[in-house]
Design a protein around this ligand. Sequence first.
Ligand SMILES: Nc1ncnc2c1ncn2[C@@H]1O[C@H](COP(=O)(O)OP(=O)(O)OP(=O)(O)O)[C@@H](O)[C@H]1O
Length: 489
Amino acid sequence: MFCQLVAAKTPLIFITTDNESRTEALITRAALHGIKGMPVPLEWDCNQGFAGHQETIDPLAGLRWAVEREGHGIYLFKDMTWFWGNSPHIQRTLKDFAAVRRPEVKSLVFIGPRPDIPENLRESFLILDHALPDRTEIQNYLEEQRGKDPYLAQVLRNDNDLEALTLAAQGLDLADLERALRLSRVTKGGDIDRVVANLYQAKKQILKKSGIMEFVENDTLPEQVGGMQALKSWMEKREKAYGLEGLKSGRNLPKGVLMMGISGCGKSLFVKAIAARWHLPLVRLDMATVYSQAFGSPETSLRRACKTAEALAPCVLWIDEIEAGITTQGFKAEGGASSRVLGYFLTWMQEKKHPVFVAATANAIEMLPAEILRKGRFDEIFYVTLPGLQEREEIFRIHLAQRGFDEEEFDCRMLAHSSKGFSGAEIEQAVVSAGFEALSLNRPMHQRDITEAISRTVPLSVTMAEQIKKIEAWAFKRAVPASGTVERD
Ligand SMILES: Nc1ncnc2c1ncn2[C@@H]1O[C@H](COP(=O)(O)OP(=O)(O)OP(=O)(O)O)[C@@H](O)[C@H]1O
């Protein structure tokens, strides 16, 4: 694509990239191998100007130098986005350059993490996105390296190993992949499982640095989730239809589910359980962070997040608080960032090319615009409400067992009765604080400790009774209850 644009004499190109050196390498390779007669691209940055031309350190001088040079050429500007916003001279020079037809093949290429192009120049630019390498690119790279590098030849003994390493490397830049492999070599990890583990560590670090997303280490089992029968059977049906292999490989991965409902009732827990059960990496995107603008505009942050998720595919993208950023005036009325961001997200959901299972969670569900709830966006929309009697009993059993208590020594039915209106998180908290109480008195935990912890708790369903009623009335019309039934006790 880049070669074709240059060959077609596109004067101004902007490439968004998170990795300058990878993009520089790509441009150089494309120029030398893809465009006949093209010399090596010349690079400009604000510290050096063009190499060997001190007089070009000033951005305008650098630009003029490139514009005035004769012959074919690609001129790569790295830091121009910091300067051009406040410089009418730079903007005018670029506008004039774009307006002139010239016999030679000459393009000025600008790179940066975001297409921060001055309003004035937008029309003159063609914007490309240098996304992370896809599966085929990674596989080709690994195969090529295996032929050259005895260490990789030792790690990748067969096609299954190659497949496993390719999968683990998805979401990494080739430069980062190279670095991670070097690290594995130094630590003498010749075993494929260790190399794969190293790559996951590298990915975790990189996502953490990017700020808006995080890798969630996860081994939650569906058995750790009490109740939610409808959600569980939704999951099991897909497993029966496509097989775990089909889901794990991404071949038959559903589009996604939206889980909305009261805080502390297990939405996040279920997202983790689904990802672990389908053996898919789980990345969490916090919409509140996207709107905080800490990592660029909300649109740019979300675009980057979606691209990264696609590069990591097959994976589960957990969008937490999808309603964040939508103000009380509503989605359309405010007409600002949230409608643009959600608009982008919905289009992406529809058009994404790689298998990303989107698990979105929401608390303030009455804020969600009809666009999100429309049939077909998500495979299913679930409403996660307060657990009923049977479910509370199950949740007590789960949390007692998780903390090493023998659940048979407790009357979980009775505990369930006395915790009416409690969320899963509140039940967990009652078990934890009862355990702590007993520990502080240096004795085993008894049933009484838990009932006392329950009676000390004022659950959310009491403090927020009115809101919860409203939320329930709203949700029951629009979503499937995650529990399968609406159990009242
Ligand atoms: N159905 C459940 N079964 C077992 N444990 C539960 C259940 N619901 C909640 N919990 C416990 O409460 C904790 C918090 O729940 P979780 O974070 O999944 O709730 P949430 O609905 O995502 O809340 P929020 O909307 O506030 O993020 C869980 O980690 C789990 O320990």
